[in-house]
Design a binder for this molecule. Structure first.
Ligand code: WT7
Length: 675
């Protein structure tokens, strides 16, 4: 199984599925052929995992492309599919959520209990005048009521828009106004890093700008004092908890709007990504079943994302619950009250499947191997990663230190826009390469193209595109169809019929490719290796042009992280009079590395040489700075735009979407030091 490696960046080890997992896997290799033979028939079969009140008449209507309609004419209720049908099947006593609050308080909620909560919330919202043509904003901490609120909206056909609880009043009001929400569901506050932080106060500030909001529903979580507007504000415990738990779910059209989710976007005006009912739930449920190999009733699944991101929508709320999964839901941060909190929870709840992000994995590696080593992680059988490219180094650390060198690691590529996982290994099938998301899932058609939209051959790099519509795809940008066309559908493709481009997709299904000429541009760079496997390289805006060579920031970052002294790295291209752009790297050394004086100088020289040795002299950074932290968005993505400002000695733009806005001051000071 393992070959020795010369260099971690050129990590050559391959990992086959563990035999027991492979022999009992939910999805086997035949799924690829099945989907390739008839992609629409394949999705048609996946849709039958759900309970439909009315059958669809057509699997896909693409006649008004790029506006898709999936499962045309079908009708279903999402909350019924995620809760009631499991209870009706006799599984009411199964635990849906093992919830753990940051201070250590816990709640165990069965499917039957979840059903009561959802029906009560549905009745309370209906009493407030919310119906199937309305939007509801949800601004909550990671408490069970967040999932209940989403399901209650889905149950009555109201479209929810979850706003991450870390966002400012300004970001919140912008989203409430854009969505036209008439109710906001929030809490007095939540716990973060050991302290109660206010949410209701932020809602109050936001609502001074949102006259359309008629009511707030407020969950009591921390017990802190809150401002109160009589007539507008209502306590959850006075309204929802006292409402009737009898509620008949009505089915809605397969294309009924389920939710709007604003991309965390580093751009000025966030995009309201619209997802609908039947196709979205089909893809969330199928991918959760296929990629995580979920065995309901025995597995304990834990996705560490916040419900404020799409990962929390698809792999906490909708996919796992549609599949009848038992999950862990955790309110707080990974280092409260100590840096072993995640591993403690895995030990406590016997978690079998963990889904987290590279930024977290690199942070855990930085904190040290001895921390996870103190806990019993033997319940784990499968590990997932999402959100950014995962460096081979981090992939190996995850597999060895967390997965005990026995759990497959699935690197899953997708986006808020795609609704569900698109490119990922199948854990019972794929021979994995550390750092590669491998192949499109069955039923998905991805490709890598050059500037002109032609498929690149094996070994080539370019832009990631999706050539065929998929069930969980965004349907539009809320209120802005033109921006939807411009952003995703106008870079490549003809948008007409039969271009006869002869393009070949990586695999995944559909024999007649791109006959319709519509090509979805994901905004990411990618490489297709000699075996046809895909390597995601991050946003194309993050590709540098150095002396006429395209170099991705991800590659240089991976080279830096593969050095034993480096914990994390962020790389940007800064304008340079000679090379066009020059590589500037911001690097966090591991805790025990000596960076003072001469030792620091030596380390910098060595790191530059190390990058040149691994990637070639062209990729040698002009400058490397050793820093303590990197600027990250609240979803954990590095904000290279800000680092570019620093590298080009510009004053900093808006830093309010940063996790920690003081980080940039420290980095800017560092940049101005003599070097
Ligand atoms: C962007 C989408 C998908 C849920 C979380 C993020 C990057 C995501 C991977 C991966 C390389 C990845 C891409 C993508 N990304 N997963 N496995 N490998 N890059 O959702 O905020 O909509 O961001 O995240 O750049 O376009 P999002």
């Amino acid at each position: 199984m393992t070959e020795t490696l010369e260099n971690l960046l050129h990590e050559s080890r391959r990992f086959v599925p563990p035999p027991q997992l492979a022999s009992a896997a939910n999805v086997t290799a035949g799924a690829y052929d099945e989907a390739a033979a008839d992609r629409l028939a394949f999705w048609d079969r996946q849709a039958r995992r759900l309970d439909w009140a009315q059958e669809w008449t057509r699997t896909l209507d693409w006649s008004d492309a790029p506006f898709a309609r999936w499962f045309v004419g079908g009708r279903l209720n999402v909350a019924h599919n995620c809760v009631d049908r499991h209870v009706a099947a006799g599984l009411g006593d199964r635990v849906a959520l093992f919830w753990e609050g940051e201070p250590g308080d816990t709640r165990v909620i069965t499917y039957a209990e979840l059903g009561v909560m959802v029906r009560q919330a549905a009745n309370a919202l209906t009493d407030l005048g919310v119906g199937s043509t309305d939007r509801v904003a949800i601004y909550l901490p990671m408490i069970p009521e967040a999932v209940v609120a989403m399901l209650a909206c889905a149950r009555i056909g109201a479209t929810h828009s979850v706003v991450f609880g870390g966002f400012s009043a300004e970001a919140l009001s912008g989203r409430i106004i854009d969505a036209g929400a008439k109710v906001v569901i929030t809490a007095d506050g939540g716990y973060r890093r050991g302290r109660p932080s206010g949410l209701k106060s932020i809602v109050d500030e936001a609502l001074t700008r949102c006259p359309v909001v008629e009511h707030t529903l407020v969950v009591r979580r921390t017990g802190q004092d809150v401002g109160w507007t009589a007539g507008r504000d209502l306590w959850w415990h006075d309204t929802v908890a006292t409402a009737s738990d009898l509620h008949e779910a009505q089915p809605f059209d397969a294309e009924h709007p389920l939710f709007i989710l604003y991309t965390s976007g580093t751009t000025a005006h966030p995009k309201g990504i619209l997802h609908t009912t039947g196709g979205y739930l089909t893809q969330a449920a199928y991918t959760h079943h296929a990629v995580f190999d979920l065995k309901p009733g025995t597995d304990v699944f834990w996705c560490t994302a916040d419900v404020g991101w799409v990962t929390g929508h698809s792999y906490i709320a909708y996919g796992p619950l549609a599949n009848g999964a038992t999950q862990v839901m955790y309110e707080g941060t990974p280092d409260t009250p100590h840096q072993g909190r995640f591993w403690e929870l895995i030990e406590k709840y016997r978690v079998t499947i963990l889904y987290t992000a590279p930024t977290a994995i690199r942070t855990f590696a930085k904190w040290g191997d001895d921390i996870p080593a103190q806990f019993d992680l033997t319940s784990l059988r499968l590990l997932g990663s999402v959100g950014e490219p995962i460096n081979p180094e981090a992939w190996m650390w995850y597999r060895e230190q967390i997965g005990g060198d026995r759990c497959p690691v699935v690197d899953t590529w997708w986006q808020t826009e795609t609704g569900g996982i698109m490119i990922s290994p199948l854990p019972g099938v794929t021979r994995c390469k550390p750092g590669s998301a491998m192949r499109p899932l069955p039923g998905i058609t991805a490709d890598v193209v050059d500037d002109a939209g032609a498929s690149v051959p094996a070994g080539g790099g370019g832009f990631l595109v999706l050539r065929e519509p998929w069930p969980g795809m965004l349907r539009t940008i809320w209120g802005d169809d033109q921006r939807f066309r411009d952003t995703y559908w106008s870079r490549f493709g003809t948008g007409t019929s039969a271009p006869g481009s002869g393009a070949r997709a990586a695999n995944g299904g559909g024999t007649a490719l791109a006959e319709h000429g519509w090509v979805y541009f994901a905004g990411d760079g990618a490489k297709r290796d000699e075996d046809g496997d895909l390597w995601l390289l991050g946003r194309v805006d993050d590709v540098m042009l150095v002396s006429g060579h395209n170099i991705s920031t991800t590659e240089v970052e991976s080279a830096l992280v593969s050095h034993p002294a480096v914990a994390e790295a962020a790389v940007v291209g800064a304008t340079d009079p000679i090379t066009g752009q020059a590589i500037v790297a911001f690097t966090i050394p591991l805790g025990d590395v000596d960076t003072a004086g001469e030792a620091g100088e030596k380390l910098l020289a060595e790191l530059r040489r190390h990058v040149a040795d691994t990637l070639g002299p062209i990729a040698k950074p002009r400058q490397i700075l050793l820093v303590g932290e990197l600027p990250k968005t609240r979803s954990g993505k590095i904000m290279r735009r800000l680092l570019r400002d620093v590298a080009e000695h510009r004053s900093l733009g808006d830093v309010t979407t940063l996790q920690d806005s003081t980080v940039m001051d420290l980095i800017a000071t560092k940049m101005d030091e003599p070097h």
